[in-house]
Design a protein around this ligand. Structure first.
Ligand SMILES: [Zn+2]
Length: 453
């Protein structure tokens, strides 16, 4: 059977779906302060055009911030001047230059709990309805993932909520049969919940039984929780899904639990978990996204297909190999940013890229995707480490390249490089793995949910 090219990770929501303080996801303190004023301004076409040209003004923010603002403007160019349909068509055009009938997986994102002090103009349910409207127009091209957040609903209620989106759908234009409205579930723990939250247990059971794939955002920082109540979201010993007693993985799950609790204590001691009104929760939110949080879930639901997106992020990828990292670290050791990174790794206890790779070796249904990180494939170190990752074998002697998925993170990655450039980068840098990453692996990942029945 012909396997279509699939972009497993892209987005089509507009800036109205993000809360007004969204700009606070940037790490710069100055931008956090100005965020609520800047978002409505930068949403205007004329303001963005002015800013792109006003070098003198941007220079006032310093070089690093200037770069960040520039990236944000590029991102807002897509997010605010188009409808979902327009955003989708830009991504589709780029994909179609490589396959006349591609598949785009649009991850919807519940941002309703991202900030307890402000609300998005368009709530999640409307965002989802708009994505499903597009699914009716492009049944064989657009494959939405529904978003789940245990603070919206949990347990059996959450399963009752998602079920109709997988069990009803639209008629395929290409084949006989019906395609489900949604093809998987997207979760974004950095917005303020742990993936081992017991309120998600029923959802995992349902997804495992139905072969429904899950994608979790997995990098440090990102669009994290921006509210003023972070301490309540991170108790010293949060409740955790655990494998049942007698499970052979029990000891491994307990060891992970102990490490997770110890990490929370270290972050607390550093003063990194502290209520504040500026959305300065960057370090604290790493605790939600941490790859180790998936250990008890993977042990309890060994057949659950989980993708930890972005390979942990390109910074983690570039430092994942201790030999290469030492050399790179020596060169960077004088820089403040590198010293901050070292402090983070020391307090955290792990390099995330290395940890995701190691977990993939022992857990045969764990995947990762190249999205966003693909923008740094032109860096020698990122490329070398990804090639090594692809060639690493798991306990069944199968290459991890079988569980790495191609994605771009359109349009969030617009802040780095345009969509056609990202396709070209993977074409140029990983030509021998192209068929596997863009066609075979996504086909296996979406096997049960993207076929007409
Ligand atoms: Zn994304």
């Amino acid at each position: 059977m012909n396997k279509p090219l699939t972009n497993i990770h892209m987005h089509i929501f507009t800036s109205e779906c993000a809360p007004p303080n969204f700009l606070r996801v940037q790490t710069s303190f100055l931008l956090k302060v100005l965020a609520p004023l800047l978002k409505p301004l930068v949403e205007r076409d004329s303001v963005r055009r002015f800013l792109s040209r006003a070098n003198w003004l941007l220079n006032l923010f310093g070089r690093a911030n200037r770069h960040k603002i520039g990236r944000y403007i590029g991102f807002m160019d897509v997010a605010s001047q188009y409808t979902e349909a327009d955003i989708f068509r830009i991504a589709l055009k780029a994909a179609k230059t490589h396959d006349p009938q591609p598949r785009l997986v649009a991850l919807t994102l519940d941002m309703d709990h991202m900030d307890n002090c402000s609300e998005p103009v368009v709530n999640y349910q409307t965002q989802l309805a708009r994505a499903l409207h597009l699914k009716k127009l492009y049944p064989d091209t657009l494959f939405p993932f529904i978003s789940a957040d245990p603070r919206s609903r949990g347990g059996g209620e959450l399963v009752r909520y998602v079920r109709p989106y997988f069990e009803t759908g639209v008629k395929s234009h290409l084949k006989e049969g019906i395609l489900p409205y949604c093809s998987g579930i997207k979760l974004y723990p950095a917005q303020g919940f742990f993936p081992f939250d017991p309120r998600l247990e029923e959802l995992y059971r349902y997804a495992e039984a139905g072969g429904i794939p899950l994608i979790f955002h997995c990098t440090r920082v990102g669009s994290q929780y921006l509210g003023n109540n972070i301490e309540a979201l991170i108790p010293p010993e949060p409740e955790m899904i655990m494998p049942v007693a007698g499970n052979p993985g029990q000891a491994e799950a307990l060891a992970a639990k102990e490490e997770i609790h110890a990490r929370i204590a270290r972050y607390r001691a550093k003063g990194w978990i502290r209520n504040n009104t500026m959305g300065v929760n960057d370090n604290a939110c790493d605790l939600f996204s941490h790859p180790q949080n998936y250990v008890p879930v993977l042990l309890k639901f060994p057949n659950l297909k989980i993708c930890l997106a972005h390979m942990g992020g390109s910074t983690e990828v570039s430092y994942m190999d201790p030999d290469l990292a030492d050399e790179k670290g020596r060169k960077a050791s004088g820089h403040r940013r590198y010293r901050r990174l070292q402090e983070t790794w020391k307090t955290d206890g792990h390099n995330w890229a290395r940890l995701i790779r190691d977990l993939m070796v022992t857990h045969p249904n764990l995947y990762t995707d190249l999205s966003y990180t693909v923008a740094d494939l032109d860096s020698g170190l990122v490329r070398t480490n990804i090639m090594r990752w692809l060639a690493t074998t798991d306990l069944n002697h199968r290459e991890l390249s079988e569980r790495i998925l191609f994605g771009t993170d359109f349009f969030l990655a617009e802040a780095e490089k345009g969509e056609p450039t990202l396709y070209q980068l993977i074409l140029n840098t990983l030509p021998h793995h192209l068929h596997q990453l863009t066609r075979e692996n996504p086909e296996r990942f979406l096997q049960k949910t993207a076929a007409a029945v």
